[in-house]
Design a binder for this molecule. Structure first.
Ligand SMILES: Cc1cc2nc3c(=O)[nH]c(=O)nc-3n(C[C@H](O)[C@H](O)[C@H](O)COP(=O)(O)OP(=O)(O)OC[C@H]3O[C@@H](n4cnc5c(N)ncnc54)[C@H](O)[C@@H]3O)c2cc1C
Length: 289
């Protein structure tokens, strides 16, 4: 079981920032796990050529990413595919993934990249009050009730199918390019784009172009979950994680690096911040020991 191992440093995100952190934490002989995407970073993989990363004047984003992965894994970091949903602080951190895997770690580095999603009106207001980002985690609250799911990635279909098993009705709003939806026949699929989450004290429905759809709960499934959802009380400014020069966040034992800490969104900055975050995490652990 994952939770049998206590990691020294768990890194959320497998882009240049996460890999930079992993390599440097491994050089300091820490037990390191990276959770994220198998290909490292979708963003970097999309760059046809990167011309400004020192030492590699002519390289594609994908080639550079493959080198980063090879370096980090070669240095002994464990890389696992997984989408982190929640991080619970404590004497040690408990990290829960979308598929309900549990990990334990003594320090955490957030390297989740930039949040590109535009939030729906009402989304922030009702988060945790009838609106959630993880159907596997919160679905049982809506057992035998009607829910709506807005899916921005095909991964959402798995969550929709899980909800179809336990809810009285699932209304599904996929917003990605559909190549044959794989959803339970009980699910009602819509072409419309919801315009807002409606409610008073809790989310009570969605605003659609032709009126209101009342539901007991709303789920929004995105490729990247907003940083504030990962760990409560994490300090943000303009959607970026607030860090000091040592990449420390406002939560002891939690560090952040890369695009998620703000502009400029560049590979060199991400890798460098990953290095600093790793060194700070190592010094935090050494002081605790
Ligand atoms: C088309 C394009 C061209 C670019 N060209 C250049 C260039 O020429 N030069 C340059 O310097 N930069 C370039 N960039 C920017 C560069 O790609 C980014 O600055 C860099 O990838 C940031 O690294 P990062 O590790 O901070 O974040 P990312 O590369 O975005 O990696 C973050 C990773 O974390 C994962 N993640 C997020 N949330 C979670 C979670 N909850 N659980 C698990 N995993 C999670 C994401 O899936 C992603 O894999 C370009 C970007 C694009 C899109």
């Amino acid at each position: 079981m994952n939770s049998d191992i206590l990691w020294d440093i768990l890194i959320v995100g497998t882009g240049p920032a996460g890999m930079g952190a992993a390599v440097n934490a491994r050089i300091r002989e820490k037990k390191v796990i990276l959770l994220g995407a198998e290909n490292g970073s979708d963003r970097l993989a999309k760059a046809p050529e990167v011309k400004n990363y020192l030492g590699f004047p002519e390289i594609s984003g994908k080639e550079l990413m493959d080198k980063f992965i090879g370096h980090a894994v070669g240095a002994g970091a464990v890389l696992e595919k997984g989408r982190v949903e929640t991080i619970y602080p404590g004497d040690e951190f408990t990290v829960v993934t979308r598929d309900n895997q549990l990990y334990r770690s003594r320090a955490v580095i957030l390297a989740t990249g930039v949040q590109q999603a535009r939030l729906l009106p009402g989304e922030k207001e009702f988060l945790g009050r009838g609106l959630g980002y993880c159907a596997t985690c919160d679905g049982p609250i809506y057992r035998s009730k009607e829910v709506a799911v807005i899916g921005e990635t095909p991964e959402a279909e798995e969550e929709v199918n899980f909800l179809a098993e336990i809810c009285s009705k699932v209304h599904y709003f996929p917003s990605y390019k559909k190549r044959g939806l794989q959803v339970d026949p009980r699910v009602e699929v819509y072409k419309e784009k919801p315009m807002a989450v409606l409610g008073d004290k809790r989310a009570e429905g969605l605003a659609l172009p032709d009126g209101k759809l009342p539901v007991a709960g709303v789920f929004i499934i995105r490729e990247v979950a907003p940083a504030e959802q990962l760990i409560s009380d994490l300090k943000l400014e303009d959607k970026s994680i607030v860090v000091d020069r040592m990449m420390e966040t406002n939560i002891p034992g939690v560090f952040a690096a890369g695009d998620c800490t703000g502009k400029p969104y560049q590979v060199g900055k991400a890798a460098g911040e990953g290095l600093t975050a790793a060194l700070s995490a190592v010094s935090y652990l050494d002081k605790k020991a």
